[in-house]
Write a new protein. Structure first.
Length: 90
């Protein structure tokens, strides 16, 4: 059950990592466009925010894959040790 909650948390974090910088920079650009009388800052900052969010997602996925590989290695080691114990008992 803990794995399910961990995956749900990962999916939520994935979405927020992409959404927050994109929205914040878009609205900052929109505000600056209104304040300065320009018409390009909102879209420019939107793409910069999307790039920042994508970078954050990339790091998040990379970290999760490393954690998964550690879990697999630990499970394999635990299985081998269990197998040793079974053969010693014979």
């Amino acid at each position: 059950m803990a794995k399910v909650f961990r995956k749900i948390a990962f999916i939520t974090q994935f979405g927020l990592t992409m959404l927050i910088p994109t929205c914040l920079l878009f609205f900052l650009g929109y505000y600056l466009d209104k304040k300065l009388g320009t018409s390009f800052l909102a879209i420019t900052l939107f793409f910069i925010g999307a790039l920042a969010g994508g970078t954050g997602v990339w790091r998040l996925v990379k970290k999760e894959l490393q954690n998964d590989s550690k879990d697999v290695r630990n499970r394999d080691l635990a299985g081998k040790e269990k197998g040793k114990d079974d053969t010693d008992a014979d």
